[in-house]
Design a protein around this ligand. Structure first.
Ligand code: C2E
Ligand code: CA
Ligand code: CA
Length: 654
């Protein structure tokens, strides 16, 4: 009830928007009102002057008389009207004058209008004329301007009452008796009520319009905010980033040499979500977003997607900030190991496309994924070339196999006893029509990453078996071939079944196929691999341990698995003969293989001196460029025919 009365009287608290709305409406209305007053008063001054000038000299009173009686009033009204007019016009033109001054001027102006309305109409009434000036001024003040109902009520009531009591003290026109007539009283009361109601209606209409506008404005603001704001983190989204970045790239004044796009990725964020739940994950994302925003204050910062952020900033001090940020994010990681990765791209001056710049920064960022402790990478063209090659390899492995682009190169393994070839290692090559001859370093890792490696290994197995069959048919010599298997082959296909199947199909005796498994594949104790190694050996294939000594778990591997041949990694020979430790280490490894009933083979033999040493310590076999690089089978045959290589007599007739 109380609230209703307060609302009805219009003295409830208004929002700043509504207050501003009322103020603006009043300022606009003041322009018309004050303009009329100014024009009217100028006209009154002219008219009065003309009347005085036309009076016969004997009737003219001193100027002071006219000034006090007329001119002063006109001038005061003119001054108030002019002040109001100037202030209101300044407001409409967008000048931000203090609204308190505006309100004070409005009050003074209204008061002056009503006051002179009363004085003029009082004089008119006394002369037996209408009281129209008073009524007009009342209408002007309370109906053109918008007041709260209580104020309208006070203004109108007080001014009507004062006017009424004043004219009630003099006789009405054509009468000698003091006091207003009933007709005047009724007329005045009716006029009072009408103006009061009209001003109330005006107030209500303006208020509802202001509220409607306010709602629209709020909706608009909300819409424009969500269109540029990331819902989760509250920082800018990519719509905003792209449009602002594009502007910056196009401004002539931007120091384009010094701008850089940064792409951030929080590595292992998925594990954080898994461990602490999505809610906590979201809280952390928000925190990270604000850390990035703080670190790059004044720069353009947005959330790209998921746990990815982009920043457009100055290049010269960005690395220091990234390092600091990386440290701060580590402090939030809890029990999960989080790592900040950042890719950077410096666009050249002609570039105008922020999306492409973000892509490249992202690209640089992806290139250091899983590179422990490497948190920053600047984009360069070779990075992209590598990326394209990667895509190419993943997308073309099937066609490469179908079109016969995958070739087997063979590298001989010789016996240290007599330097005769006792084996061949099958090494894959990709003879590509676009990229030329690709070494395994260019595709093995990628195929493993995309879990496609088994396709290549199956292809090599089949080619080797086919080569054996052809040699047999043509009664050419052939030696056992060792095949490289990836750890993933055991997971992705039944590789043991496949190699058995191929050896059946091409009638290859099992002792002609050896399987090399690299040491690093065996570092995790896996039942799958243990069983596979056992099964291979049971089926008659020899299993070799490749790259022995390249990892950290060499001796454990020897304890857990049984191998036929131990292939000593070529890094042991790289320091030979300068590194004094190399020789005793190699000697111990070779002795170990003897104790474990394994055949020892050292790869990477490049010099006669190395070979002599290996022979002297009892290493059974050697492989390396000293004998031959990996080459196609025909070239190998050529080498055998020319006598450059000799093969063990037992393999001359298979
Ligand atoms: P790996 O099995 O250790 O093969 C030996 C690598 O050392 C070969 O490189 C060979 O060319 C190179 N090499 C041989 N002798 C010497 C030497 O005296 N000095 C030097 N500096 N290097 C020598 P390649 O052919 O580039 O193969 C690299 C790696 O690719 C192989 O290492 C193997 O892990 C993998 N790979 C090759 N072919 C296949 C395949 O068919 N399947 C799988 N899964 N992996 C393969
Ligand atoms: Ca190998
Ligand atoms: Ca090796």
């Amino acid at each position: 009830m109380k609230d209703n009365i307060i609302r009805w009287l219009g003295i409830d608290k208004k929002s700043p928007y509504v207050r501003d709305y009322f103020y603006a409406v009043n300022m606009r209305a003041s322009i018309y009102m004050s303009l009329i007053v100014v024009v009217l008063e100028i006209w009154m001054i002219i008219r009065m002057t003309k009347t005085i000038l036309e009076l016969p000299p004997d009737v003219v009173k001193p100027f002071a008389y006219y000034f006090q009686k007329y001119y002063l009033n006109y001038l005061i009204l003119l001054a108030a009207g002019s002040c109001m007019l100037i202030f209101a016009v300044r407001f409409v033109k967008g000048r931000k004058d203090n609204p308190v001054i505006g309100n004070v001027i409005k009050w003074i102006f209204s008061f002056v209008c009503i006051y002179f309305g009363e004085i003029i109409s009082y004089n008119d009434y006394a002369k037996g004329e209408q009281i129209l000036t008073f009524l007009t001024m009342e209408l002007f003040v309370v109906c053109l301007l918008i007041w709260r109902p209580l104020i309208s009520f006070l203004i109108l009531s007080s001014s009507y009452l004062i006017f009424y009591f004043r004219i009630d003290m003099i006789p009405p026109p054509n009468s000698t008796e003091i006091g207003t007539t009933l007709a005047t009283q009724i007329n005045m009361f009716t006029m009072y009520l009408s103006t009061l109601l009209f001003s109330f209606a005006n107030y209500t209409r303006t208020l509802s319009q202001a509220r409607k506008d306010e709602n629209l404005e709020q909706l608009n603001e909300h819409l424009s905010r969500i269109s540029v704001e990331d819902e989760l983190t509250g920082i800018h989204n990519m719509v905003y980033f792209r449009s602002e970045a594009e502007k910056m790239m196009n401004y002539v004044t931007t120091d384009k040499e010094n701008i850089v796009f940064l792409f951030f990725d929080i590595e292992n964020f998925k594990s954080y979500n898994e461990k602490y739940g999505f809610h906590e994950g979201n809280i952390l994302l928000k925190k990270i977003a604000h850390l990035i925003e703080e670190a790059f204050e004044g720069s353009l910062v947005s959330r790209f997607s998921d746990d990815h952020f982009v920043v457009l900033t100055r290049f010269h001090d960005c690395q220091k900030k990234i390092q600091q940020l990386s440290h701060e994010i580590k402090c939030c990681q809890g029990e999960v190991h989080l790592e900040l990765k950042c890719g950077a791209y410096k666009p050249d001056e002609t570039e105008k496309d922020p999306s492409l710049a973000c892509d490249r920064a992202r690209f640089a960022c992806n290139s250091i994924k899983k590179h422990y402790d490497c948190y920053y990478q600047l984009y360069d063209k070779s990075l992209e070339d590598r990326f394209h090659l990667k895509q190419y390899i993943v997308n073309h492995i099937d066609t490469a196999i179908a079109n016969g682009y995958i070739k087997v190169f063979y590298q001989p393994v010789v016996s240290t006893e007599n330097s005769q070839v006792c084996g061949l290692e099958a090494l894959a090559r990709w003879q590509d029509p676009n990229y030329g001859l690709l070494p395994p370093g260019a595709f093995i890792e990628i195929l493993e990453e995309y879990r496609q490696i088994y396709k290549l290994d199956q292809c090599i197995i089949e080619q080797v078996c086919r080569d054996y069959q052809k040699a047999k048919e043509k009664q050419l010599p052939f030696v056992p071939v060792s095949l490289n298997f990836s750890r993933l082959d055991f997971e992705l296909c039944d590789i043991v079944g496949f190699v058995s199947q191929m050896s059946e199909k091409y009638h290859v005796p099992h002792e002609f196929l050896d399987i090399e498994i690299t040491e690093s594949a065996l570092t995790e104790q896996q039942n799958l691999l243990t069983n596979a190694v056992r099964k291979l050996r049971e089926t008659g294939f020899k299993v070799w341990l490749d790259d022995f000594g390249s990892g950290y778990s060499s001796l454990n591997v020897l304890k857990d698995y049984q191998f036929d041949v131990l292939k000593i990694d070529m890094k042991f020979l790289s320091g030979f003969p300068d590194n004094a430790k190399t020789q005793p280490i190699l000697t111990s490894i070779v002795n170990l293989t003897k104790q474990l009933a394994m055949v020892s083979l050292t790869e990477g033999v490049e010099t006669q001196e190395q070979f002599e040493f290996l022979r002297s310590i009892g290493c059974s076999r050697a492989q390396g460029y000293l004998f031959s690089k990996p080459v196609p089978l025909e070239i190998l045959r050529e080498k055998i025919r020319s006598g450059e290589l000799q093969i063990l007599p037992e393999y001359l007739n298979i």
